[in-house]
Design a protein around this ligand. Structure first.
Ligand code: SAH
Ligand code: SF4
Ligand code: F3S
Length: 471
């Protein structure tokens, strides 16, 4: 039944897209100029995936991408609210757009993403930034064409934010950055309520797409030239538990493995509390699962992990790491870390340094704790002094960088398969790609290599990349 409704809804949206296309074609015939859009993504990979969908809709209705914001007729800010600095960047840019709007007729500003799901932020944008044309949330992105059309038809500011999700509507157009790799949402939302985190409040409860829908989407992507997929969810390890016909994440991975022509499978994010033995075992057998696991630990101290509501302690986490290294000794492990969670003592912080040294991560996203109103941690006593946090943060980075550089140096002299992704931005005649362990490699070569998997001999290493030669 749910599929029936979403098919109907997507048909309705496609009709609106067609109407807008006719309007744009007519304007193009009159002016000789295509309208241009510019999208900025402020958040995570899920946010980026949403931007691909917006891009798809905009191109379908006849817009083309502008190379700079100031050349655009329509600007989209796809926002993030996970930390305060992500929000500050949005406000800064939004203020700036006011001057474009003054000088350009028909200049449209669309705001969407996680910030919009926060009532106080919405209110402040509505009252202080009146130059915004369309505001939508995270649950109704697929209605973008409809909201834009209503704004064009009425000239009114259109605000449409839902508290919770409706149908899953996934078969609308989308445009990916690279023809050879793609991100695929396998689930939305989060049920975990880690005490520091705002995501469950702005993305709603966990819901999974059916395995059939996911496999079909990937098959279509592969037919279109994709060889690597990134499966996305806030906690992929709890995928499929609430489906009418439950399906574990590992079962899903096994069906995806069978898709002919697909070479590499990645996923994120994997919550340690739900990482199953079934998945670890599959890591030992799969030919397509990349040699990389992003397993956010957040902190090393069991005491802090408890306050964070992570449902594992240091011991359990290290046990998982050992099990994984048993089936794949050379797997690359990466993580997320938070410094300065309320009540973090020097001893707690040192436990974070210890776990980093013990696991020897290949990379980490490292964050300073940011107080998010509405989360339990924001109400906790003992918020840590900014100076103390900064000092700890720098010590953590130093420790991490040393380990990352050491791990990279070990790769010199070895051969790896690299999927070449881009021309090197800084050096002519060089390209850049990724090993299955997600290490960035720069090598000599031309554009013809982009999208191909080549064997590369590593000749040098730095903290954040490797250098190699094709063999
Ligand atoms: N679902 C993923 C993480 C999504 S948010 C997981 O649980 O692993 C990405 C990262 O942002 C988190 O892993 C955490 O390290 C960081 N983060 C979330 N809320 C934060 C906050 N209030 N302050 C600082 N970092 C935060
Ligand atoms: Fe946030 Fe925790 Fe959910 Fe990750 S698992 S999105 S950190 S609440
Ligand atoms: Fe992602 Fe930021 Fe939203 S991390 S889910 S875009 S709050």
């Amino acid at each position: 039944m749910a599929t029936q409704i979403s098919l109907e809804e997507s048909r309705r949206q496609k009709d609106i897209i067609k109407d807008l296309r006719m309007m744009a074609d007519k304007e193009y015939a009159d002016s000789g100029e295509k309208k241009k859009y510019f999208i900025t993504t402020f958040g995570c990979q899920m946010n980026a995936r949403d931007s691909e969908k917006l891009r798809g809709i905009l191109e379908e209705i006849g817009y083309e991408e502008a190379s700079e914001e100031k050349e655009a007729n329509l600007v989209v800010y796809n926002t993030c609210t996970v930390r305060e600095n992500a929000e500050q960047r949005v406000y800064g840019r939004l203020g700036f757009l006011k001057s474009y709007k003054k000088h350009k007729k028909d200049f449209k500003i669309v705001m969407c993403g996680c910030m919009m799901q926060q009532p106080d932020i919405l209110e402040s944008i509505r009252t202080k930034y009146k130059h915004v044309d369309v505001i939508m949330g995270t649950h109704n992105l697929y209605k973008f064409a409809e909201l834009l059309k209503t704004n064009i038809d009425t000239g009114e500011i259109i605000i449409d934010i839902w508290d919770s999700h409706g149908e899953i509507v996934e078969d609308l157009p989308s445009i990916r950055k690279h023809p050879f790799k793609a991100s695929v949402n396998i689930m939305f939302g989060c049920n975990n309520f880690c005490t520091y985190c705002i995501v469950p409040y702005v993305r709603g409860r966990e819901r999974s797409r059916t395995p059939e829908d996911i496999v079909n989407e990937i098959k279509e992507l592969v037919a279109d030239g994709v060889i690597e997929v990134m499966l996305l969810g806030q906690n992929v390890n709890s995928y499929g538990k609430n489906l009418d016909n439950p399906c574990s994440f590992t079962e899903l991975l096994k069906s995806i493995e069978e898709i002919e022509g697909l070479e590499r499978i990645r996923f994120m994010t994997s919550h340690p509390k739900d990482l199953s033995d079934e998945l670890i075992e599959w890591f030992g057998q799969s030919k397509k699962l990349c040699n990389h696991l992003h397993l956010p630990v957040q902190a090393g101290s069991s005491n802090l992990l408890k306050k964070m509501n992570r449902h594992y302690d240091q011991e359990k986490y290290l046990e998982l790491v050992n099990k994984i290294k048993e089936v794949r000794p050379d797997i690359s492990l990466t993580t997320d870390l938070i410094v300065g969670f309320p009540g973090e003592t020097e001893e707690d912080f040192e436990a974070t340094l210890d776990i980093v040294k013990e696991v020897e991560y290949d990379n980490s996203f490292t964050f300073i704790y940011s107080k998010r109103t509405g989360t339990p941690a924001a109400e906790m006593e003992n918020q840590i002094d900014e100076e103390v946090v900064k000092e700890r943060f720098n010590r953590l980075l130093e420790t991490l960088n040393e380990i990352i550089a050491k791990n990279n140096a070990k790769k010199v002299g070895q051969d790896f398969e690299v999927l070449v992704e881009d021309k090197n931005k800084n050096k002519e005649g060089m390209v850049s790609g990724r090993t299955t362990s997600n290490h960035l490699v720069h090598l000599k070569g031309g554009e013809e290599l982009i999208g191909k998997i080549v064997k590369v001999h590593i000749t040098g290493s730095k903290t954040f990349y490797l250098i190699g030669e094709m063999v």
